[in-house]
Design a protein around this ligand. Structure first.
Ligand SMILES: C[S@@+](CC[C@H](N)C(=O)[O-])C[C@H]1O[C@@H](n2cnc3c(N)ncnc32)[C@H](O)[C@@H]1O
Ligand SMILES: *[C@@H]1O[C@H](CO)[C@@H](O)[C@H](O)[C@H]1NC(C)=O
Ligand SMILES: *[C@@H]1O[C@H](CO)[C@@H](O)[C@H](O)[C@H]1NC(C)=O
Length: 308
């Protein structure tokens, strides 16, 4: 702690003090080792007909000189005392909703006429990866970062039911704003005074699909929500990352989500092959795997990383 503060005030001291210099060297060695591991795993993940060289080039190869910019790699890694799985729902209801379920007295009068009984649309939201991972991990707590209308969350709720998982909670982190211009494709989603009623439509969808006991919205920006889940000690056995697809959003979401992944858990996400956003998801996933020395596995359009 002290070291970090002094480093921030006077960056020069970071490199001049011999104790710190040793730490920097250790970092370089660790990074190189991580890079080497990442390199070999990146060359094994090749699919979709791309040569390893292509994968390497598109993923920006070496995390060059990141040792000079430690802040880029620094994410909070120690979170609160774990809340027992069976208290997760109660904790979120209390901390986020002041004890009143968002499903209570739903819909409010002003939103009711704007909602459709069921309006669900996702992307790859029922892919095989969901069942594969649910069977393997048998999660009690799932954290989804990026929920939109709830297609993937509701699918996981129904899988939990059919796999006989009792009490599995799916926390749905989303600011429920979509993205600028999303209504060009979703004209039937209403807007009232600038509010796009996505949260209300998500709640309506969960109710229509009998999933209200399994899914719970956490309606905030991903960084704010993930930071609080960490602080509160809410961990996921399974974490899906599917929010912002630009590199910096994906990088931040993956790193912050990893901090609340239970040891032995699995983190995964969609759009590994998507070229939009300058292949931001793939670059973030590959860099993350390199830095941590973890292996990226692929399942359809999804990337999957097992925690050690
Ligand atoms: C691709 S959609 C999620 C789709 C969903 N996983 C499915 O398969 O049905 C991405 C969602 O991420 C949300 N999102 C994007 N950036 C966000 C951020 N920084 N914080 C919170 N949510 C965000 C958007 O509101 C949008 O609903
Ligand atoms: C939260 O709930 C408590 C007790 O139920 C209530 O007294 C308080 O006014 C609520 N706070 C807010 C901000 O709604
Ligand atoms: C939800 O539950 C109701 C009442 O038990 C049932 O009629 C309906 O078919 C269920 N819907 C779904 C999507 O499971």
């Amino acid at each position: 702690m002290k070291e970090e503060n002094s480093g921030r005030k006077n960056p020069v001291s970071y490199f001049s003090a011999s104790k710190n210099y040793t730490r920097v060297s250790v970092c370089i060695v660790l990074l190189s080792a991580g890079y080497a591991l990442g390199f070999f795993s990146a060359s094994t993940i090749n699919r979709a007909g791309e040569s390893p060289a292509t994968v390497e080039k598109l993923s920006d190869a070496a995390p060059a000189n990141t040792e000079h910019f430690p802040d880029l790699l620094r994410f909070r890694s120690r979170c609160g005392e774990p809340v027992p799985s069976k208290l997760v729902r109660r904790t979120i209801l209390d901390r986020v909703f002041n004890g009143t379920s968002p499903y209570e007295n739903f819909p409010p009068a002003h939103a009711a006429p704007l909602l459709r009984r069921k309006r669900i649309k996702g992307w790859g939201s029922t892919g095989a990866v969901f069942e594969t991972l649910m069977r393997r991990v048998r999660p009690r707590t799932i954290i989804e970062v990026g929920t939109f209308l709830g297609a993937s969350a509701i699918h996981m709720a129904s899988l939990a039911r059919s796999l006989g998982l009792r009490g599995t909670q799916i926390l749905c982190v989303d600011d429920f704003r979509g993205w600028p211009g999303f209504r060009d494709k979703f004209r039937d989603i209403k807007m009232v005074n600038g509010d796009v009623v996505l949260l209300h439509q998500f709640i309506q969808n969960a109710a229509a699909m009998n999933a209200t006991e399994a899914v719970l919205p956490v309606p905030f920006a991903s960084s704010a929500a993930l930071g609080k889940l960490c602080e509160w000690g809410i961990y996921g056995d399974l974490i899906e990352v599917d929010a912002g697809h630009d590199f910096h959003s994906a990088w931040s979401d993956i790193n912050m989500a990893y901090a609340i992944l239970r040891p032995g858990g699995v983190i995964f996400g969609h759009d590994y092959f998507t070229a939009a956003d300058d292949r931001g998801v793939r670059r973030a996933v590959n860099l993350f795997a390199r830095v941590k020395g973890l292996r990226v596995q692929l399942d359809g359009q999804h990337w999957v990383i097992d925690s050690p």
